[in-house]
Design a protein around this ligand. Structure first.
Ligand code: HPA
Length: 258
């Protein structure tokens, strides 16, 4: 994104917990997209934000009713691609494992670990589909990550510029021992939705990166030593998402879309 000419394609924004609406978006229209994979989480919302074109989709539905393991990731990514999106910023709430990732911190992960199971994680299956292996060495698109980091700088919002996002199945939170294992595996944060979202984006040709908002210390860490206080999470997320909105605004302002 940085240094390159922006196309006219709208920027895709997938909102997670705490971001089921993008109030700043001047809505032009909403579209229910039918896909070969079934129903997306909701209608796509098309509009402008800070002068740039955006298409917004709430990952868990606009009423936050779809659990992480029940999200139809294939339909969501297919619908965004169908809408002409080329680049996607996904917003996700996570638990912080590394000590500097405390509640309220925003990070832009650069790597992924996948502990999910039973989720459809490829478009390439079925009798008429050739077996296809995509390169996933670097799961997040460098250009989109750089654009997010530049936008955060422009918006005056401090972000941690890297991180290893471990994706768990949920919807329950982890045990302290599981977090110890994730840390030994190299994870710095934990969430429930990065996979298969990121790999499906890669398969379908979307450039994809994530703004991760730390909602809580992961189980057994910091303030979550004795347990995770779910009642604290909403407040932290609200404040974090206000900062995410400013970053998205700067992103669309600077880059005029995707
Ligand atoms: N674990 C998994 N997913 C999460 C967490 C967590 O602690 N916090 C927010 N999403």
């Amino acid at each position: 994104m940085t240094g390159t000419t922006m196309g006219t394609a709208p920027l895709g924004i997938i909102g997670g917990s705490g971001l089921t609406q993008l109030a700043e978006l001047e809505v032009r229209h909403r579209e229910v997209v039918r896909t070969p994979y079934g129903e997306p989480s909701g209608a796509l919302t098309f509009g402008t934000l800070a002068g740039g074109e955006a298409v917004f989709l709430a990952r868990h539905g606009y009423g936050h009713t779809i659990a992480p393991h029940q999200v139809n990731y294939c339909a969501n990514l297919w619908a965004l691609r169908h809408a002409g999106v080329q680049r996607v910023v996904s917003v996700a709430s996570v638990g912080g494992i590394r000590a500097d990732l405390g509640p309220g911190v925003i990070a832009v992960p650069h790597q992924l670990l996948d502990y999910t199971w039973g989720r459809r994680s490829t478009f390439f299956e079925g009798p008429d589909q050739p077996v296809t292996h995509v390169d996933f060495t670097h799961p997040y698109a460098a250009a989109v990550r750089e654009a997010i980091l530049a936008a955060a700088l422009a918006a005056g919002e401090a972000v941690v510029p890297d991180g290893v996002y471990a994706t768990t199945q949920g919807p329950r939170l982890e045990t302290a021992a599981e977090i110890d294992r994730l840390e030994r595996d190299g994870a710095t944060m934990v969430g429930m939705t990065a996979m298969p979202e990121a790999v499906l984006a890669r398969e379908i040709g979307l450039e994809y990166a994530t703004l991760a908002v730390v909602a809580n210390h992961a189980a057994g860490r910091g303030q979550s030593n004795a347990g995770i206080r779910l009642e604290d999470i909403n407040h932290v997320l609200q404040q974090g998402m206000a900062r995410v909105r400013r970053i998205l605004q700067a992103l669309l302002q600077t880059h005029g879309g995707a």
